[in-house]
Design a protein. Structure first.
Length: 324
């Protein structure tokens, strides 16, 4: 008996992006399979199904769908694209899903190494299929590159770094356990260890972002440095400016975010608090320990701290008072 045309939604895993996807297919009475569309969709869990090679022919896809259709009591049969060398196989557990994922990862790593990228330990290097890595770049163990990330030529990405949807220029050094998300890093910059580059940030050529420095929607100019323990949010920092340890841009007043503008060749002393909105002019100095609430003109010294007072003989007087 001829079958009526059936539209079928097949949930599965797109191995190209490692994201859950759905395939909408039409099955005609004569057995032809037409792929109507492919898109992302949340999944309520892993279903029984089959694996089809990503380069499969229509005939092999038809066979896989037919096999899935025959499974009784399955709410949504899964057709999962794999790289199993053309073999059809079932994925019925998380363990089997992990096995196929490892195969995809291995294939990507082999492609990178063939293109001149050094992977110190391929078994612990995780690179999404859409990621581009330039030749002569070195990826250390436990590096994770996700989404649309692009890594330039002759970079070095140290262990534990995670880079998501970001563009990294040539000759960039990313030290251990640095996180970069939705940001841009220009050639020759150095980051980390333990730096956190949050979305919307841009790091200029040859700039240095050091240990325990966090950026959020911040533009760092060419050759600028923030080497230690700082939070720089909603800020623009000019070329060759030095930001001292413990500096904070106070960008949030409890209701709105505000901008901090720091010019070129500025020296910001350690433990400075810059209360936005505020502008620091070119070539100016901020004294260490200052709370800056007003704009600082170019070439000026900004000081915002209590004056120190020394009380001579205070320790001896205190000790004498204790004896009474």
């Amino acid at each position: 008996m001829a079958r009526s045309r059936v539209r079928q939604v097949i949930a599965g895993l797109d191995v190209g992006t490692t994201k859950i996807c759905c395939v909408i297919a039409d099955w005609s009475p004569v057995g032809n399979l037409d792929i109507v569309g492919v898109g992302t969709s949340p999944s309520r869990g892993l279903r029984k199904g089959v694996v089809v090679n990503i380069d499969s022919t229509v005939e092999s896809i038809k066979h896989a769908v037919a096999e899935a259709e025959e499974m009784a009591g399955v709410e949504i049969p899964s057709v999962i694209a794999g790289v199993a060398g053309g073999h059809i196989r079932g994925i019925n557990s998380r363990a089997e899903l992990a096995e196929v994922t490892a195969m995809v990862r291995q294939q990507k790593n082999e492609e990178l190494m063939a293109a001149g990228v050094t992977l110190i330990d391929p078994a612990t290097t995780y690179v999404d299929s859409a990621v581009v890595v330039g030749p002569d770049t070195v990826l250390h163990p436990c590096v994770i590159l996700e989404g649309s990330t692009r890594i330039g030529v002759a970079c070095e990405i140290h262990a534990g770094a995670r880079i998501v949807n970001s563009t990294i220029g040539d000759r960039v050094l990313v030290r251990n356990h640095t996180i970069i998300a939705d940001s841009t890093v220009e050639p020759g910059a150095q980051l980390g260890p333990f730096a956190h580059i949050r979305p919307g940030s841009s790091i200029g050529e040859s700039a240095h972002i050091g240990n325990f420095v966090e950026l959020k929607k911040t533009r760092i100019g060419k050759g600028a440095k923030a080497n230690h323990l700082a939070y720089l949010g909603d800020a623009t920092i000019g070329a060759k400016t030095n930001v001292g340890a413990g500096t904070i841009t106070c960008n949030y007043d409890g209701e709105k975010k505000h901008q901090t503008m720091i010019g070129d060749n500025v020296f910001v002393g350690s433990n400075s608090t810059l209360v936005a909105p505020v502008a620091i002019g070119d070539g100016s100095y901020i004294a260490a320990g200052s709370a800056i609430t007003d704009d600082v003109q170019p070439g000026a010294l900004g000081i915002g701290r209590a004056r120190q007072e020394n009380k001579d003989g205070w320790v001896a007087k205190r000790a004498g008072a204790k004896k009474l």
